[in-house]
Ligand binder design. Structure first.
Ligand SMILES: CC(C)(COP(=O)(O)OP(=O)(O)OC[C@H]1O[C@@H](n2cnc3c(N)ncnc32)[C@H](O)[C@@H]1OP(=O)(O)O)[C@@H](O)C(=O)NCCC(=O)NCCS
Length: 163
């Protein structure tokens, strides 16, 4: 498995072999131009396995930003169904943490929806701790039938100090 920031060439493969509604790859890829984010993608050969975004600007949630102003957030972590429970998510998180540490940043945050105990368990097992901070996020997503859905999520903030 290789994990690297998404290049223009990678985007072309992603768009054809990992189809996600709503231009998600394109938007995460272009978000890198300003230097505010890094879109990490895990590959096995030419096959994309999963991805995640490093938010250098810090926590997305308002309460989280106030409580942990120096933290870098990892979000949009996603492993394709057929590649789950093979260590891809763990490897994406580890690579993000290495990048963050290399930039001299010492704290990482993740927001986990309160109905996502699987992801929470994974983060806890990797050294993240509960903070008791919950931010509400609202976003739109496109379902398989092409309709735009509105979602409202309560995200618990977990943090980890990198040593
Ligand atoms: C959460 C998510 C990213 C985890 O990705 P993943 O690649 O399945 O994660 P990992 O394989 O590293 O670890 C998950 C589980 O596999 C186990 N595991 C790790 N390496 C493994 C390996 N080599 N072989 C088998 N199992 C392994 C872990 O112990 C963990 O066990 P758990 O089910 O008890 O938690 C993935 O399930 C996902 O995309 N979910 C939908 C989107 C989402 O919820 N994103 C998180 C938002 S905060």
């Amino acid at each position: 498995m290789e994990i690297r920031p998404c290049t223009d060439d990678d985007l072309a493969i992603l768009s054809s072999s990992w189809k996600v509604q709503g231009g998600v790859h394109e938007s995460h890829h272009s978000g890198q131009r300003t230097g505010d984010t890094t879109y990490l993608v895990a590959w096995r050969g030419e096959e994309p396995l999963g991805s995640g975004v490093v938010q250098w600007g810090g926590c997305v949630g308002a309460k989280a930003r106030v409580a942990f102003p120096r933290a870098v957030e990892i979000n949009h972590l996603q492993v394709r169904d057929e590649y789950r429970s093979q260590g891809v998510g763990t490897a994406l998180i580890a690579t993000a943490e290495q990048l963050i540490l290399r930039e001299g940043r010492l704290q990482v945050a993740v927001g986990v929806a309160d109905d996502n105990p699987h992801a929470e368990r994974l983060y806890l097992s990797l050294g993240y701790r509960r903070t008791g901070i919950v931010d509400v996020s609202e976003y739109q997503w496109v379902s398989d039938d092409g309709t735009v859905q509105q979602a409202r999520e309560h995200d618990q903030l977990l943090v980890k100090d990198l040593a």
